[in-house]
Design a protein around this ligand. Structure first.
Ligand code: SF4
Ligand code: ZN
Length: 311
């Protein structure tokens, strides 16, 4: 198998593009796909300050690596969830990447440790507030990324969601016809109200397998193990179903998700109507000032309960 571009020995084949690449041309392909996403969805420019949400996994570390190598100004935030050895190892991987790769580009790593603020890790905190661990985690991550993005005056927040993540999420949203989630499933979510950071997903054109290959070829040391809380999650099943379809018919995932995005762009200015809806419903939390629909936001309520429990 030879590289479609330069005809030397290929290291990866991409059936969905009917192509194969050597390491250099593959890195070029990855950067081109990110450049396309950034340009077509007007995500950010070279002068913007980007905050990357990193977990220690391949996608988010690859995203940080790609943005820095493409010359963007990208710092990162890692949230340590306090999930035993999983958090310890992912934290170590993020710090190693920050010290060895990101530091060369002058980029900075922010860290928030759940245990330090809440006095408990995610599992225990979820028990205290009687909510599932993943929804507790979602509230904390959203809140902390928004806080650091605003306090650090970042122009935009970037997450490592890839084509597989977005296609699986779309399948879940369509199966349950969750209109509100479908409206918000965009790779560029504007800051609908003051106090919310703009969010982008520059990897939405790249498959999980391609990002794993990019990380291995570029010696990015990432945590291979999934978060133990993800066991049994619906998205894993949706990914398996889509992988089956992709094997039978390469290109299924990208057609499914990209066509949805085309229709979304044509259909209506969803972002504008979403912003109107948000503006009508949201106001600053009386404790922390972040936007919320209640008087006190769910994050502040959660922390108050954790502190009462500890005392
Ligand atoms: Fe958080 Fe759940 Fe994802 Fe783990 S699986 S990182 S707890 S949302
Ligand atoms: Zn609050």
């Amino acid at each position: 198998m030879n590289c479609t571009k330069c005809k030397t020995k290929a290291v990866i084949d991409l059936p969905r593009h009917n192509a194969a690449f050597c390491k250099i041309c593959f890195n070029g392909y990855i950067h081109d796909q990110v450049a396309k996403a950034v340009k077509s969805d007007r995500m950010f420019g070279k002068d913007d300050r980007i905050l990357v949400a990193v977990s220690g996994g391949k996608d988010s570390l690859a995203l940080w690596d790609i943005l820095l190598k493409m010359g963007y100004k990208a710092d990162a935030l890692y949230v340590n969830l306090g999930i035993g050895s999983y958090s310890e190892e992912s934290h170590r991987k993020v710090v190693t990447f920050a010290e060895t790769v990101a530091a060369v580009h002058g980029a900075k790593l922010h860290v928030h440790t759940v245990q330090e603020e809440a006095g408990a890790g995610i599992k225990e905190l979820a028990q205290i507030i009687h909510r599932p661990a993943c929804s507790t985690c979602g509230t904390i991550k959203r809140y902390q990324f928004n806080r650091v993005a605003l306090e650090g005056e970042y122009d935009v927040m970037a997450t490592g969601h890839n084509l597989d993540d977005e296609a699986a999420r779309l399948l879940g949203n369509v199966l349950h016809w969750q209109d509100e989630y479908l409206d918000k499933q965009s790779p560029n979510l504007p800051a609908s109200v003051e106090g919310f950071a703009r969010k982008v997903k520059p990897l939405y054109r790249l498959a999980e397998r391609e990002l794993a290959a990019y990380s291995v070829l570029n010696r990015i040391d990432y945590i291979v193990e999934e978060c133990p809380m993800a066991k049994g999650a619906r998205t894993i099943l949706y990914k398996e179903v889509l992988n089956r379809l992709e094997t039978e018919s390469p290109g299924t995932k990208q057609t499914f998700y990209w066509k949805f995005l085309e229709r979304q762009k044509q259909a209506a200015p969803a972002a504008a109507s979403m912003a109107e809806k948000d503006q009508a419903m949201l106001h600053p939390c009386s404790v922390c000032r972040q936007p919320t629909t209640a008087e006190i936001c769910s994050y502040c309520k959660m922390m108050a309960r954790a502190k009462t429990h500890a005392s």
